[in-house]
Write a new protein. Structure first.
Length: 330
């Protein structure tokens, strides 16, 4: 039987999920919710489903079995709580909430339900290139000494800030580090470099993170790199390096040059990851299983983000406290 889905939010990510849901067997889009009535109705008409403007009512509706939360970041926490209250599975875009304290309340509320209902949209865990990287690392049976990451957007919206660079963009690297290395991050330090003349905030930022076992990771996030959207990761091990493959768009040879195009659209770069994330999420709901990044992962990522935000203010190294993983998330 198909799972009836509501998508809340029709911005860049909500629209991508609406498109990608068409490729996901077993999912039926029944409702699109947007705070703007015209946008909600137009998008719902285009997708042959009904429109809502009230997200709380959307989640409570009988024709909604599971919810994709892709509204602005600051709205995530209250919507996730509504899903938990009504026992409905949710795929919530990152970040899970605006602060670690808010994420902790979500974790506590989920533990009280005794069931894992919340998946955080850390879709890189489903990206074929990241999965290949993780597999190459696991089969090499070696230790990672150093890790280099970069995360570049061509441009970002006018309202973007250095804080969002950390909470909205770097948070992907934070989760990828924890997931790839299977360990927690113990310290962080954020460096402002020279500011790009194209930017009105500190851009790029470089963050240095240290894991519990002592691996040092440097992560550049550059929100206005101009040339395109590009993600890179290289693991430096004792006898090898293991790097993320670049996604293959066709190579073009013309006018004395060989061109390997780079998209400027992250929903294209990670199309397969987003679709596989949705497919796995729907299958897991049907089988009463759980997949992907949990509310606990969202909480641990938020602790690291909050520490990065603090370090950006002072330039100091921030120590991050370790906590026992609750039984529900083991
Ligand atoms: C954006 O919000 C995303 O979710 C993308 O995955 C990320 O790479 C991009 O930098 C963010 O701005």
């Amino acid at each position: 039987m198909a799972i009836n889905i509501a998508v809340i939010g029709t911005g860049m990510m909500g629209s991508a999920h609406i498109r990608n849901l068409k490729d996901v067997p077993g999912a039926k889009l029944t409702c699109i919710c947007d705070a703007d009535t015209d946008t909600a109705e137009r998008t719902a008409n285009q997708n042959s489903c009904r429109a809502e403007v009230d997200p709380m009512h959307t989640i409570a509706s009988d024709d909604v079995d599971a919810v994709i939360i892709a509204s602005p970041d600051y709205t995530h926490a209250s919507l996730v709580h509504q899903c938990l209250k009504l026992g409905k599975p949710a795929l919530c875009e990152k970040p899970l909430a605006s602060s670690a304290a808010d994420c902790k309340q979500i974790v506590d509320a989920e533990i009280a339900t005794e069931k894992r209902l919340i998946t955080v949209g850390f879709m890189r865990r489903f990206d074929p290139d990241y999965l290949a990287l993780k597999q190459a690392l696991n089969s090499a049976n070696t230790e990672v000494l150093l890790m280099h990451c970069f995360h570049r957007n061509a441009t970002c919206p006018d309202w973007f800030t250095a804080e969002l660079t950390l909470s909205n963009a770097l948070v992907h690297e934070i989760d990828a580090i924890r997931w790839l290395l299977s360990e927690e991050i113990e310290t962080v330090q954020v460096f402002k470099s020279k500011k790009s003349p194209k930017s009105n905030f500190d851009d790029p930022l470089l963050t240095v993170l240290k894991t519990a076992s002592g691996t040092i990771v440097n992560a550049e996030v550059f929100m206005q790199a101009q040339y395109g959207y590009e993600i890179g990761t290289e693991l430096v091990c004792a006898d090898r390096t293991i790097a993320l493959t670049r996604p293959s768009f066709a190579t073009v040879k013309t006018a004395g040059a060989e061109i390997l195009p780079i998209t400027d659209d992250w929903t294209l770069r990670f199309k397969r990851a987003y679709t596989d994330e949705l497919t796995n999420w729907i299958n897991a709901i049907s089988d009463n299983r759980y997949i992907g990044a949990s509310a606990w992962d969202g909480y641990r990522a938020a602790i690291v983000t909050d520490s990065c935000l603090a370090s950006r203010q002072t330039g100091q190294i921030i120590d991050i406290s370790m906590e026992e993983t609750p039984a529900l998330y083991k």
